[in-house]
Design a protein around this ligand. Structure first.
Ligand code: MF3
Ligand code: CO
Ligand code: CO
Length: 275
C-alpha cells in the first residue's frame, strides 16, 4: 500500500477511477462538518437585518468558525481574504464582504465553507433584508426548489445529467435562467474536487453516481438572462442585465437509495423567511 492509499484508507475513502468514494466513517465526519457549517448560516438568520454591513457578516462567520474549532476554507484560498462570500441582489456569487450596508428590500446570499480536521462543509442560503418584494421572494423560492429537485434526482445509477436536467427544467419552466459559468463540485477532504456538477444537462448524460460520492449542488438562478460578467476585483460575478440572482447550496452524499444532505439546517431554517 503506498502512502496515498494509506491516507485514503485512514479516512475511509476509496477510489473509483478518479473519483473518491466515502465509507461510513467518512460520512460521519461529513455529517459533523455539514451540521456545523449549516449552523453558521442559522446563526446569521437573526443578524441579517437592515443596517448590517457585509463585513460584519464576514466577522460573525469568522468568529463562529473559531468558536467551533473550524477554519473558513475561503480564507487565503486562491488569494481570497474573507471567511464567506456575500452576494447582494444582482451579484450571482463570490461577492466580497466590505463596507456595503444592507438595506430594506435587498436579498443577500451568504456562502460558507468550514473545515474541521480536514473535512469540508460547503453551504449557502439566501436572506431577506427586511421586507422584500414579491419577485425577489419568488426567485428565492424557485432557486431553493430547483436545488431540492436536483438533489431528489441523486441516487446510485442516476447520472449528473439527470441532476442538472431536473434543476434546469424546473427553473426554466418558471421563466428563470440557469447560470452556466459556475457549478457544484466534489467535496470531502478536498474543497473543490471532481466531478463538476453542472446545473443544466440532459437525462442519462454525464458521470454515473455511486454510493459514497460526495458533492455540492448549488444552482445560481437569474430572473433575467443567464449571462454573467466578473467585476475588476477578479471575484464578483454579476448578471450582465443587472437582473436579480439567487443561489442555494447543500453538500450531499450519495446513499444506497438516494442522497443524504449533510448541510441541512439544524434549526429548520433552510430557506427564508426566517422570522
Ligand atoms: N463556497 C464557494 C463554493 O460553493 C467557493 C467560494 S471560493 C471563494 O464553491 F474564494 F470565492 F471564496
Ligand atoms: Co461549493
Ligand atoms: Co459554497
Amino acid at each position: 500500500m503506498n502512502l496515498l492509499t494509506a491516507d485514503l484508507a485512514a479516512h475511509d475513502i476509496t477510489m473509483l477511477g478518479q473519483v473518491r468514494v466515502h465509507g461510513p466513517q467518512a460520512f460521519e465526519n461529513m455529517r459533523k462538518i455539514g451540521a456545523i457549517s449549516a449552523g453558521a448560516l442559522d446563526m446569521l438568520a437573526e443578524k441579517i437585518i437592515p443596517g448590517i454591513t457585509t463585513d460584519e457578516i464576514d466577522r460573525l462567520v469568522y468568529d463562529y468558525a473559531l468558536a467551533h474549532d473550524c477554519l473558513p476554507a475561503t480564507l487565503h484560498y486562491r488569494g481570497y481574504r474573507h471567511s464567506c462570500c456575500t452576494s447582494v441582489n444582482h451579484v450571482v456569487c463570490h461577492g466580497i464582504p466590505g463596507d456595503r450596508t444592507l438595506r430594506d428590500g435587498d436579498i443577500v446570499n451568504v456562502d460558507v465553507t468550514l473545515i474541521k480536521d480536514g473535512w469540508h462543509g460547503d453551504t449557502n442560503r439566501m436572506y431577506f433584508v427586511g421586507k422584500v418584494n414579491r419577485k425577489a421572494e419568488r426567485l428565492c423560492e424557485i432557486t431553493y426548489e430547483a436545488m431540492m429537485r436536483g438533489i431528489a434526482a441523486v441516487k446510485p445509477g442516476a447520472t449528473l445529467g439527470d441532476v442538472g436536467h431536473a434543476i434546469q427544467e424546473y427553473a426554466e419552466s418558471e421563466r428563470c435562467s440557469i447560470v452556466r459559468e459556475f457549478c457544484g463540485h466534489g467535496i470531502g477532504r478536498v474543497f473543490h474536487d471532481i466531478p463538476n456538477v453542472l446545473h443544466y444537462g440532459r437525462p442519462g448524460e454525464g458521470m454515473a453516481l455511486h454510493e459514497g460520492m460526495c458533492f455540492t449542488v448549488e444552482p445560481m438562478v437569474n430572473l433575467g438572462k443567464a449571462a454573467v460578467k466578473i467585476l475588476n476585483d477578479g471575484w464578483t460575478a454579476v448578471t450582465r442585465d443587472r437582473s436579480l440572482s439567487a443561489q442555494f447550496e447543500h453538500t450531499i452524499g450519495v446513499t444506497a437509495t438516494g442522497a443524504e444532505i449533510f448541510t441541512k439546517s439544524p434549526k429548520g431554517l433552510d430557506h427564508p423567511p426566517y422570522a
